[in-house]
Design a protein around this ligand. Structure first.
Ligand SMILES: Cc1ncc(COP(=O)(O)O)c(C=O)c1O
Length: 434
């Protein structure tokens, strides 16, 4: 371990929030990250939910080499051949038939800025509805429609942002109605409130089809259908933020496939670049034509960069070549069973939910009251890291204490067994310590 480097990180870096480890990190490969003590840690968050094909996959390394022989970057008005290739692949192999027009940018936040600008220009409206617990990014409008956390202290958000009650099947807002009916009734009330407040200039409804930062909440299909209808009834566009759900993570091409509902705009990011900053926004030819005629612009330094498009093509091809969508389902079922075995052993595991290889595991003080067990969440996450497993905990007083588990789709059964053994030990030790 290089003490001077640890000290440099302390002295020279801005602390940017989130759960930051005391260690520094050296490298990553497949499901493993290696810290500055040389310790191997299982990465069950796929980096920041991006490295679905595993860290430093040979296909990504080849793609970077290939781009180095051609170009990393160009004038933003020059469309590199490889970007045209990626646009065609996304449209013809990954999207529902109506979504064919793409723009390629860098981050998830940026993708949602693009989508919301598109929606505002297309509808001539400005009002945006988002759901509780959402996370769409940290930039201007994306952060204003994010309700999971981090809203305080940054001044006045743009006018016209409204929040709808999110569907929480484990902790419904109206328990007497049962989970699904509660979700639908809460949405109905939320829309009524919006209609009262609206100036009549609605632009978009935006949702993560699986509300990840909000605790891996999976809406019922009827909620998604009701949102589609709510948007249509009001002349608003429906935007799916598929930063985490697209390209195999949930055992489907997209969450649009999972729910059988097609949004007007889809934003793609994390899972598209396999760890490099590639994002995209995909919409219909009708919307694209309309905003083009109105002068739509999102002209950034790194729009259509060839390096990232080359990597994106490699990521999408790897998902196909290695059958990673099927693997997400098969390995996901294996992991789910292992988690269910843990749930049989520990009363504090209240709920296990997920699709493919994206899971939320809810820790409770007791299964009846479903009161969140924040202390246990904190202790077990810490203990897991000590024992060699990195996992994310979502902690909000009003939402619960949820482990978010999302290993690369390439994870092996042996790695899952190792992770489960660590979770088991961490629970045992932490429960004794409380
Ligand atoms: C669903 C979702 N949308 C958008 C974002 C923002 O992406 P980025 O951090 O790349 O700007 C995130 C990041 O966590 C996310 O989970």
């Amino acid at each position: 371990m290089d003490k001077a480097l640890r000290a440099a990180a302390q002295e020279y870096m801005v602390r940017y929030g989130g759960d930051v480890f005391p260690n520094l990190f050296k490298s990553a490969k497949g499901t493993i990250v290696i810290d500055d003590t040389g310790r191997e840690i299982l990465d069950f968050t796929s980096g920041q939910m991006c490295a679905t094909i595993g860290h430093n996959h040979p296909a990504i390394i080849n793609a970077v080499n290939e781009a180095s022989k051609k170009a990393f970057h160009m004038f933003s008005g020059m469309i590199p051949e490889v970007v045209a290739q990626l646009a065609a692949k996304v449209a013809t192999e990954w999207m529902p038939p109506s979504l064919t027009k793409s723009i390629f940018i860098n981050t998830g936040s940026e993708s949602n800025e693009v989508a919301l600008r598109m929606a505002k220009m297309y509808t001539s409206g400005y009002e945006i509805l988002a759901v509780g617990g959402s996370w769409h990014g940290v930039t201007g409008v994306a952060s204003s429609v994010s309700f999971a956390s981090d809203r305080k202290g940054y001044g006045v958000p743009p006018a016209g942002v409204f929040v709808l009650p999110e569907p929480n099947m484990y902790r419904p807002y109206i328990p007497e109605l049962g989970s699904e009916q509660s979700a639908l009734k809460s949405l109905e009330i939320g829309l009524k409130m919006f209609d009262m407040a609206s100036t009549g200039r609605g632009a978009a409804i935006i949702i993560e089809p699986i509300i990840s930062a909000g605790g891996v909440l999976i809406p019922p299909k009827s909620y998604m259908q009701a949102l589609r209808k709510a948007a249509d009834d009001r002349g608003m566009l429906l935007i799916y933020d598929e930063a985490q759900t697209a390209f195999g993570r949930i055992g489907k091409r997209t969450a649009s496939d999972l729910f059988g509902i097609v949004p007007d705009i889809m934003t793609l990011s994390k899972t598209m670049g396999g760890g490099l900053p590639l994002a995209a926004v995909v919409t219909t030819p009708k919307i694209e034509q309309d905003i083009y005629e109105k002068g739509f612009s999102f002209y950034t330094s790194h729009v259509s960069d060839p390096l990232l498009a080359t990597v994106g093509l490699a990521v999408l091809d790897t998902i196909k070549n290695e059958s990673l969508i099927d693997k997400a389902n098969v390995t996901g079922a294996y992991l789910r069973n292992k988690l269910l075995e843990l749930q049989n052993k520990y009363d504090c595991i209240g709920d296990i939910r997920g699709e493919g290889l994206l899971f939320g595991v809810e820790l409770v003080q007791d299964r009846k009251t479903r009161l969140a067990h924040h202390k246990l969440g904190e202790l077990t996450t810490k203990k897991c890291f000590e024992l060699g497993l990195s996992m994310n905990i979502r902690r909000r007083p009003e939402r619960g204490s949820v482990w978010r588990i999302a290993p690369p789709l390439t994870v092996s059964n042996q790695e899952i067994e190792r992770a489960i053994a660590i979770l088991d030990k961490a629970l045992e030790v932490s429960l004794k310590a409380i």
